[in-house]
Design a protein around this ligand. Sequence first.
Ligand code: 1GP
Length: 243
Amino acid sequence: MIYNHIIKSIENKKKLFGLLIDPDNHSDQSLINIIDKANSAKVDLILIGGSLLNNHIDHAADLIRRNTKIPMVLFPGSPLQITSNADGILLLSLISGRNPDLLIGNHVIASAYIKRSGLEVLPTGYILIEGGKSTSVEYMSNTRPIPAEKIDIAIATAMAGEMLGLKLIYLEAGSGANNPVTYDLISGVKKNISIPLIVGGGIKTKEAVEKTIKAGADIIVVGTAIEQNSEVLQEMVEKTHSY
Ligand code: 1GP
Protein backbone atom coordinates (compact mmCIF):
# COMPACT_ATOMS: atom_id res chain seq x y z
CA MET A 1 0.00 0.00 0.00
CA ILE A 2 1.36 3.37 -1.02
CA TYR A 3 0.35 5.32 2.08
CA ASN A 4 1.90 2.73 4.40
CA HIS A 5 5.07 2.88 2.32
CA ILE A 6 5.17 6.69 2.74
CA ILE A 7 4.65 6.41 6.51
CA LYS A 8 7.33 3.69 6.84
CA SER A 9 9.77 5.81 4.82
CA ILE A 10 9.20 8.76 7.14
CA GLU A 11 9.73 6.52 10.18
CA ASN A 12 12.99 5.35 8.60
CA LYS A 13 13.94 8.97 7.82
CA LYS A 14 13.94 8.28 4.09
CA LYS A 15 12.79 11.07 1.79
CA LEU A 16 10.92 10.19 -1.37
CA PHE A 17 11.16 11.53 -4.91
CA GLY A 18 8.05 11.78 -7.07
CA LEU A 19 8.38 12.22 -10.83
CA LEU A 20 5.40 14.07 -12.31
CA ILE A 21 4.45 12.96 -15.80
CA ASP A 22 1.91 14.89 -17.83
CA PRO A 23 0.78 12.47 -20.57
CA ASP A 24 -0.01 15.44 -22.79
CA ASN A 25 3.69 16.24 -23.04
CA HIS A 26 4.75 12.78 -24.26
CA SER A 27 4.62 10.44 -27.21
CA ASP A 28 4.65 6.71 -26.44
CA GLN A 29 8.36 6.58 -27.13
CA SER A 30 9.27 9.55 -24.95
CA LEU A 31 7.15 8.07 -22.16
CA ILE A 32 9.09 4.81 -22.39
CA ASN A 33 12.39 6.74 -22.40
CA ILE A 34 11.53 8.72 -19.28
CA ILE A 35 10.31 5.59 -17.49
CA ASP A 36 13.61 3.87 -18.28
CA LYS A 37 15.40 6.81 -16.68
CA ALA A 38 13.06 6.73 -13.68
CA ASN A 39 13.82 3.03 -13.19
CA SER A 40 17.58 3.51 -13.23
CA ALA A 41 17.44 6.65 -11.06
CA LYS A 42 15.29 4.74 -8.50
CA VAL A 43 12.41 7.20 -8.46
CA ASP A 44 10.06 6.36 -5.56
CA LEU A 45 6.72 7.44 -7.03
CA ILE A 46 5.34 8.36 -10.42
CA LEU A 47 2.58 10.96 -10.41
CA ILE A 48 0.42 11.24 -13.51
CA GLY A 49 -1.65 14.30 -14.26
CA GLY A 50 -1.96 17.63 -15.96
CA SER A 51 -4.35 20.44 -16.65
CA LEU A 52 -5.80 19.21 -19.94
CA LEU A 53 -6.59 15.86 -21.53
CA ASN A 54 -5.20 15.79 -25.04
CA ASN A 55 -3.80 12.28 -24.70
CA HIS A 56 -5.59 9.26 -23.32
CA ILE A 57 -4.69 8.77 -19.65
CA ASP A 58 -5.73 5.07 -19.67
CA HIS A 59 -3.23 4.40 -22.41
CA ALA A 60 -0.42 6.41 -20.77
CA ALA A 61 -0.91 4.67 -17.41
CA ASP A 62 -1.03 1.26 -19.09
CA LEU A 63 2.19 1.99 -20.97
CA ILE A 64 3.91 3.14 -17.78
CA ARG A 65 2.62 0.08 -15.89
CA ARG A 66 4.11 -2.25 -18.49
CA ASN A 67 7.52 -0.59 -18.17
CA THR A 68 8.05 -0.13 -14.43
CA LYS A 69 7.27 -1.43 -10.96
CA ILE A 70 7.45 2.07 -9.44
CA PRO A 71 4.12 2.87 -7.70
CA MET A 72 1.97 5.08 -9.92
CA VAL A 73 -0.33 7.67 -8.36
CA LEU A 74 -2.88 9.75 -10.22
CA PHE A 75 -2.62 13.49 -9.64
CA PRO A 76 -5.77 14.46 -11.47
CA GLY A 77 -6.47 17.89 -12.86
CA SER A 78 -10.10 16.83 -13.27
CA PRO A 79 -12.37 13.80 -12.68
CA LEU A 80 -11.74 12.86 -16.33
CA GLN A 81 -8.17 11.94 -15.39
CA ILE A 82 -9.02 8.81 -13.44
CA THR A 83 -7.97 5.37 -14.63
CA SER A 84 -7.83 2.00 -12.92
CA ASN A 85 -4.49 1.37 -14.64
CA ALA A 86 -2.69 3.25 -11.82
CA ASP A 87 -2.10 2.09 -8.22
CA GLY A 88 -3.48 5.03 -6.29
CA ILE A 89 -4.98 8.49 -6.52
CA LEU A 90 -4.21 11.70 -4.69
CA LEU A 91 -7.79 12.70 -3.92
CA LEU A 92 -7.12 16.42 -3.88
CA SER A 93 -9.10 18.93 -1.86
CA LEU A 94 -7.93 22.38 -2.91
CA ILE A 95 -8.07 23.77 0.61
CA SER A 96 -6.24 27.02 -0.17
CA GLY A 97 -9.13 27.90 -2.50
CA ARG A 98 -12.81 28.57 -2.08
CA ASN A 99 -14.05 26.75 -5.16
CA PRO A 100 -16.69 24.27 -3.90
CA ASP A 101 -16.23 21.95 -6.89
CA LEU A 102 -12.60 21.40 -5.90
CA LEU A 103 -13.43 21.03 -2.21
CA ILE A 104 -16.29 18.51 -2.55
CA GLY A 105 -18.24 18.75 -5.84
CA ASN A 106 -15.89 16.75 -8.06
CA HIS A 107 -15.37 14.20 -5.30
CA VAL A 108 -19.10 13.51 -5.20
CA ILE A 109 -19.17 13.07 -8.98
CA ALA A 110 -16.23 10.68 -8.96
CA SER A 111 -16.70 8.73 -5.70
CA ALA A 112 -18.48 5.62 -7.05
CA TYR A 113 -16.16 5.47 -10.04
CA ILE A 114 -13.08 5.68 -7.79
CA LYS A 115 -14.46 2.99 -5.50
CA ARG A 116 -15.05 0.63 -8.42
CA SER A 117 -11.58 1.36 -9.82
CA GLY A 118 -9.86 -0.29 -6.85
CA LEU A 119 -7.35 2.58 -6.67
CA GLU A 120 -5.82 3.27 -3.28
CA VAL A 121 -7.27 6.62 -2.20
CA LEU A 122 -4.86 9.13 -0.65
CA PRO A 123 -6.92 12.08 0.67
CA THR A 124 -4.72 15.13 0.16
CA GLY A 125 -4.99 18.75 1.27
CA TYR A 126 -3.76 20.65 -1.78
CA ILE A 127 -2.43 24.12 -0.98
CA LEU A 128 -1.44 26.53 -3.74
CA ILE A 129 1.28 29.01 -2.85
CA GLU A 130 2.05 31.99 -5.03
CA GLY A 131 5.15 31.12 -7.09
CA GLY A 132 6.09 34.32 -8.92
CA LYS A 133 3.88 33.87 -11.95
CA SER A 134 0.38 32.91 -12.90
CA THR A 135 0.24 29.12 -13.31
CA SER A 136 -2.09 26.71 -15.09
CA VAL A 137 -3.40 25.34 -11.81
CA GLU A 138 -4.31 28.84 -10.61
CA TYR A 139 -6.15 29.62 -13.83
CA MET A 140 -7.84 26.24 -14.24
CA SER A 141 -8.92 25.99 -10.59
CA ASN A 142 -10.26 29.52 -10.57
CA THR A 143 -8.69 30.04 -7.14
CA ARG A 144 -6.12 32.42 -5.75
CA PRO A 145 -2.92 31.02 -4.28
CA ILE A 146 -1.83 31.97 -0.76
CA PRO A 147 0.74 34.80 -0.99
CA ALA A 148 4.22 33.35 -0.44
CA GLU A 149 4.93 35.60 2.55
CA LYS A 150 1.67 34.72 4.36
CA ILE A 151 3.23 31.81 6.18
CA ASP A 152 0.71 31.97 9.01
CA ILE A 153 -2.16 31.46 6.56
CA ALA A 154 -0.41 28.49 4.93
CA ILE A 155 0.21 26.93 8.35
CA ALA A 156 -3.40 27.44 9.46
CA THR A 157 -4.65 25.96 6.17
CA ALA A 158 -2.46 22.87 6.52
CA MET A 159 -3.50 22.43 10.16
CA ALA A 160 -7.17 22.70 9.20
CA GLY A 161 -6.62 20.07 6.49
CA GLU A 162 -5.11 17.68 9.01
CA MET A 163 -7.93 18.33 11.49
CA LEU A 164 -10.46 17.51 8.76
CA GLY A 165 -8.85 14.09 8.43
CA LEU A 166 -6.82 14.55 5.25
CA LYS A 167 -3.84 12.17 5.14
CA LEU A 168 -1.28 14.24 3.21
CA ILE A 169 -0.56 17.92 2.67
CA TYR A 170 0.75 19.05 -0.75
CA LEU A 171 2.35 22.51 -0.93
CA GLU A 172 2.20 23.50 -4.59
CA ALA A 173 3.84 26.51 -6.24
CA GLY A 174 2.36 25.42 -9.59
CA SER A 175 3.99 23.57 -12.45
CA GLY A 176 6.78 25.66 -13.96
CA ALA A 177 6.62 28.24 -11.15
CA ASN A 178 9.37 30.85 -11.11
CA ASN A 179 9.87 30.40 -7.38
CA PRO A 180 9.46 27.15 -5.48
CA VAL A 181 7.78 27.15 -2.08
CA THR A 182 10.15 28.87 0.36
CA TYR A 183 12.19 27.23 3.09
CA ASP A 184 10.42 29.24 5.83
CA LEU A 185 6.95 28.34 4.62
CA ILE A 186 7.78 24.62 4.30
CA SER A 187 9.42 24.45 7.72
CA GLY A 188 6.57 26.40 9.32
CA VAL A 189 3.99 23.99 7.93
CA LYS A 190 6.09 20.92 8.76
CA LYS A 191 6.40 21.95 12.42
CA ASN A 192 2.64 22.26 12.76
CA ILE A 193 1.37 19.06 11.15
CA SER A 194 2.05 15.40 11.75
CA ILE A 195 0.92 14.00 8.39
CA PRO A 196 3.35 13.59 5.46
CA LEU A 197 4.26 16.72 3.53
CA ILE A 198 4.60 16.81 -0.27
CA VAL A 199 6.22 19.85 -1.91
CA GLY A 200 6.36 20.65 -5.62
CA GLY A 201 6.31 23.35 -8.24
CA GLY A 202 9.30 25.20 -9.68
CA ILE A 203 11.99 22.88 -8.27
CA LYS A 204 14.60 23.02 -11.02
CA THR A 205 17.97 22.00 -9.55
CA LYS A 206 19.48 19.54 -7.10
CA GLU A 207 20.27 22.54 -4.87
CA ALA A 208 16.56 23.41 -4.78
CA VAL A 209 15.81 19.76 -3.97
CA GLU A 210 18.26 19.97 -1.07
CA LYS A 211 16.70 23.17 0.30
CA THR A 212 13.20 21.72 0.06
CA ILE A 213 14.19 18.52 1.83
CA LYS A 214 16.10 20.38 4.54
CA ALA A 215 13.07 22.58 5.13
CA GLY A 216 11.00 19.50 5.96
CA ALA A 217 9.42 18.07 2.80
CA ASP A 218 8.88 14.31 3.02
CA ILE A 219 8.18 13.93 -0.70
CA ILE A 220 9.54 16.13 -3.48
CA VAL A 221 7.67 16.33 -6.79
CA VAL A 222 9.40 17.48 -9.97
CA GLY A 223 7.99 17.58 -13.49
CA THR A 224 9.02 20.50 -15.70
CA ALA A 225 12.77 20.43 -14.98
CA ILE A 226 12.93 16.78 -16.01
CA GLU A 227 10.82 17.33 -19.11
CA GLN A 228 13.31 20.01 -20.10
CA ASN A 229 16.40 17.96 -19.30
CA SER A 230 15.99 14.38 -18.14
CA GLU A 231 19.71 14.21 -17.28
CA VAL A 232 18.98 16.02 -13.98
CA LEU A 233 16.69 13.24 -12.77
CA GLN A 234 19.45 10.99 -11.43
CA GLU A 235 21.17 13.72 -9.39
CA MET A 236 17.87 15.01 -8.01
CA VAL A 237 16.86 11.55 -6.81
CA GLU A 238 20.33 10.95 -5.34
CA LYS A 239 20.10 14.27 -3.47
CA THR A 240 16.67 13.32 -2.14
CA HIS A 241 17.91 9.93 -0.93
CA SER A 242 21.02 11.36 0.70
CA TYR A 243 18.97 12.70 3.65
C1 1GP B 1 3.23 20.53 -10.31
O1 1GP B 1 4.31 20.22 -8.24
C2 1GP B 1 4.29 19.81 -9.56
O2 1GP B 1 1.98 20.13 -9.93
C3 1GP B 1 5.61 19.89 -10.25
O3 1GP B 1 5.93 21.19 -10.67
O4 1GP B 1 6.47 20.98 -13.08
O5 1GP B 1 7.35 22.90 -11.75
O6 1GP B 1 8.25 20.61 -11.40
P1 1GP B 1 7.08 21.44 -11.78
